[in-house]
Ligand binder design. Structure first.
Ligand code: ATP
Ligand code: MG
Length: 151
């Protein structure tokens, strides 16, 4: 890991800039000057994979929101969408390599099923973890925990 201090709001903005052509609303709710110490390239990949899903598995005019806060031990970064959601039976497996919930539904979207396994891997490399809450038809919330590190 190459640890450095990262302006999270700016990192999220860079990722959102890659998705301006999609018919969803992107909301960057990370406070100004919210910084954390992490590997910038890896954190970029982690958040890009989550935003990519939040955009792809959304509905027309849906929302994608990124937030961050800390509780003294963890930075918690949330990526929330108002998309199609993930059926409960699939939830235990979505972080496995090549697993795609309902391939017929996601076939047109042309993924390989690797994005979330990479998200989990990068969180673990930092000593963190990832949680998901989702409801079919309503949307999903991915919460990434990263330890509070000093440079
Ligand atoms: P890739 O990320 O490699 O392009 P992928 O998006 O299919 O392909 P993952 O990102 O690992 O793979 O996600 C695994 C599966 O979990 C997806 O195929 C989809 O079924 C489901 N999923 C992931 N994120 C969401 C989300 N935000 N909303 C609804 N379903 C999701
Ligand atoms: Mg994906």
């Amino acid at each position: 890991l190459i640890l450095e201090s990262i302006d999270l709001r700016q990192l999220v903005e860079e990722i959102f800039d890659m998705y301006t052509d999609f018919p969803v609303k992107l909301i960057n709710s990370v406070q100004e000057n919210y910084t954390l110490v992490a590997d910038r390239k890896k954190l970029f990949t982690l958040l890009k994979n989550l935003v990519d899903n939040a955009v792809k598995y959304n509905k027309e005019e849906g929302l994608v929101e990124v937030k961050a806060y800390s509780d003294g031990t963890w930075h918690k970064i949330e990526v929330k969408d108002t998309g199609i959601g993930i059926p409960r039976v699939h939830l235990p497996f979505i972080f496995e390599r090549f697993y795609r919930a309902d391939p017929s539904r996601s076939r047109d979207l042309g993924g390989t099923g690797l994005g979330l396994s990479i998200v989990k891997h990068i969180a673990l490399l930092h000593g963190g973890k990832v949680e998901v809450e989702s409801k079919e038809g309503e949307g999903s919330l991915f919460r990434v925990y990263l330890p509070i590190l000093s440079e």
